[in-house]
Design a protein around this ligand. Sequence first.
Ligand code: AKG
Ligand code: FE2
Length: 302
Amino acid sequence: MGGSLSPEQVEQFDEQGYLLVKDVLDPETDLDPIIAEYDGVLDALADELFEAGEIESKYEDLPFGKRLSQIYVDSGKVHSQYFDFSLPQKGVQHATAFWTSPLLDAVESLKPLLDAVESLLGEEITCNPIQHLRAKPPDAYEEHTGPSFHNAPWHQDAAVMMAEAEASEIITCWLPLGEATAEMGCMEVLPGVVERGYLAHKSEGGTTIVPELMPQSEPVIMDCRQGDVVFMSRFTPHRSRPNTSNRCRWSLDLRYQPTGQHTGRTGHPDFVVRSASSPDSVLTDHDEWCRRWVDAFDMGPS
Ligand SMILES: O=C(O)CCC(=O)C(=O)O
Ligand SMILES: [Fe+2]
């Protein structure tokens, strides 16, 4: 199989269910354009909240993670949906804020990521609709803001997909947009247990594996920084560690799968992102992608 990963890396992913690859993306040329876009979204959020009298200052001089966490505390709310480019599964209304960029515009930037994904999935790749930008606030701020959707206790991503997708080879790619150290709430995975398949989950403080079914494997901490990527299978148990710092940890989690397999969330749009057999099927039109999300709005939650 082609792609940019070595046979050893592919073997590690297959056997351990995860792979941390350093320097997949270039922070300057690949990530800066994405970050600039979110800086703009944060400016807009700060303007809106300031005008509504919900924050004391726009905190323009602070860097993204610190500025956002300060805005969360001031306004007493976690504004995660504002940045996200997926709709929530429940309670979607026309006023629900969401950001449809930057995935499609960033396809060029994300080419090195797709080259790695190609090693795991082959040349016919679809971008799964379950994708998020997460700005995980410091845990200590919850007393001001209430719990955040970014609390992710031990779970498998198969648990947030429709059961029909159990056989779909959906891979999660987790990319920090700033530092993601053990103290800032990076990912933690349980290695070597994917062959057990789907484990039952319950909903308590977030979707989580039933405690009696938690595999007894030593967790591995995915301490990483801009440019690195954590790859996980849909059956890899993982959680995000507490954020004990004073700024938001922020990251993208994108999912890819072989084209033609069930996406696990049929109400939301997927798109072909790479195809050797049918290059014309690749979606490059951002407006078209936005239209598909707006249609998903109109259909209501899936
Ligand atoms: O970013 C987080 O804190 C949780 C991410 C996660 O569970 C995922 O990407 O599947
Ligand atoms: Fe997850």
